[in-house]
Design a protein around this ligand. Structure first.
Ligand code: FEO
Length: 398
């Protein structure tokens, strides 16, 4: 009789032995509204090899899946492609139980694992291009520093042509469906993952894509550590990543705002309407109900960012400050935009938002400020702001 938590066969010799996290809704500030998976892989070579582990709380699930394929104690090699705890969390317990002959990581990974676990375990550093003989199979390592941690690396199983890409090409999506061709509508989650995790490292992503393309390897599958395994349409995710990394502006505006008594809301809707009238696809995101990570996702394929904030105690609204601080860290390039707000007394928030946008490198038009409830003239000015941003965007798209 089959036990619980079975492995999933990827090829005759490769198994998915990861865990499904149906519960997680926050991944260090990123709203994982559809949960995630932590993918780990078992390669049944003469030296059975485990590639990555899972978050510590899923240790039993990982071990059960391994046990559905082989005696966990028969694992000879463990490869850690990335030290972040969602992939390394089970390492100490697993190593204690399995006692593999060797553990491998990148040189930076060796240091990072030591700094996480303060252990006596000897982890062997592998270099860019080094090939590890697993007995009947071979694993080639490719450093992918800062995609997205200094220690990150890819491992490539040469015979089967599987690129174990760790966080690369991943997405947060809890599902029992393991492959891209079984998984409907994964594009949004892949974009969300790129926008919230990889965007600041886009130049490095382009260099890694180029390195993989020139390496001579011909992957038949890409097996990331989150989300589905690409076996049908690898070209799609690679081309999406390349486009996202280039950060070209698109004919789309994202209007982000919060409001105290509905006046900044009125400005936001009027500005959005004038952008739409000017032919710009526009998404309005009231921050009381839109998560910062969804704003970042909408912005990934946009060309304009417009931000409205009331003033509270001489500051911008807390939700707006939170969102701008987050977006600043993600460093989206090539945006035009504007700041706007209704205010009561001095209206400091408009300058604060304007300064934040300038610091983010957004090419702005003159900000808009209106006292209390917008009258016809203020709404006309809001329409004008939308038209100016639309014109600036059209210029940027030429
Ligand atoms: Fe999925 Fe960077 O950890």
């Amino acid at each position: 009789m089959k036990g619980p938590f079975q492995a999933v066969k990827v090829t005759d010799k490769v198994y998915w032995v990861g865990a499904i996290d149906w519960d997680i809704r926050d991944f260090h500030g990123y709203a994982t509204s559809r949960g995630t998976t932590y993918n780990a892989y078992l390669v049944m070579a003469d030296k059975p090899t485990l590639i990555d582990t899972v978050k510590a709380q899923f240790h039993d699930e990982l071990m059960a899946r391994i046990a559905s394929v082989c005696d966990p104690k028969s694992i000879k090699y463990v490869v850690s492609d990335h030290s972040e705890m969602d992939h390394s969390g089970c390492l100490p317990q697993l190593l204690e139980l399995v006692k593999p002959e060797k553990v491998f990581a990148s040189a930076m990974g060796v240091k990072a694992l030591q700094a996480h676990f303060h252990w006596d375990t000897q982890v062997q550093a592998v270099k860019e291009g080094e090939v590890l003989d697993l007995g009947g199979e071979s694993l080639r390592f490719m450093e992918t520093r800062m995609v997205h941690w200094p220690d990150s690396m890819f491992s490539y199983l040469e015979g089967a042509g599987i690129l174990f890409s760790n966080d690369g090409f991943g997405m947060h999506l809890a599902s029992d469906l393991r492959f891209d061709d079984e998984t409907p509508d994964w594009r949004y989650e892949a974009a969300k993952y790129y926008a919230n995790i990889l965007l600041p490292f886009s130049d490095i992503v382009l260099a890694v894509l180029d390195k993989v393309a020139k390496s001579g390897i011909k992957p038949r599958m890409i097996a990331p550590d989150h989300g589905p395994i690409y076996r049908k349409d690898m070209a799609r995710i690679v081309s999406l990543w390349e486009g996202w990394a280039r950060q070209k502006p698109a004919n789309k505006a994202v209007v982000v705002f919060d409001t105290m008594w509905g006046s900044t809301d009125k400005l936001a809707r009027t500005i959005a309407d004038s952008l739409i009238e000017a032919g710009v696809h526009t998404v309005v995101m009231p921050l009381r109900g839109s998560h910062r990570s969804d704003v970042a996702t909408e912005l990934l394929e946009a060309g304009a960012l417009l931000v409205g904030s009331p003033t509270i105690n001489k500051q911008m609204f807390p939700t707006v400050a939170d969102c701008l601080s987050y977006l600043k860290g993600l460093r989206r390039k090539n945006l035009v935009g504007a700041a706007f707000a209704s205010y009561g007394w001095a209206g400091e928030s408009v300058k604060l938002v304007q300064d934040a946008l300038t610091e983010m490198g957004v090419a702005t038009v003159e900000p808009l400020k209106c006292q209390y409830v917008p009258d016809a003239a203020a709404l006309e000015a809001a329409r004008g702001l939308g038209q100016k941003v639309a014109a600036k965007l059209k210029e940027a798209l030429r």
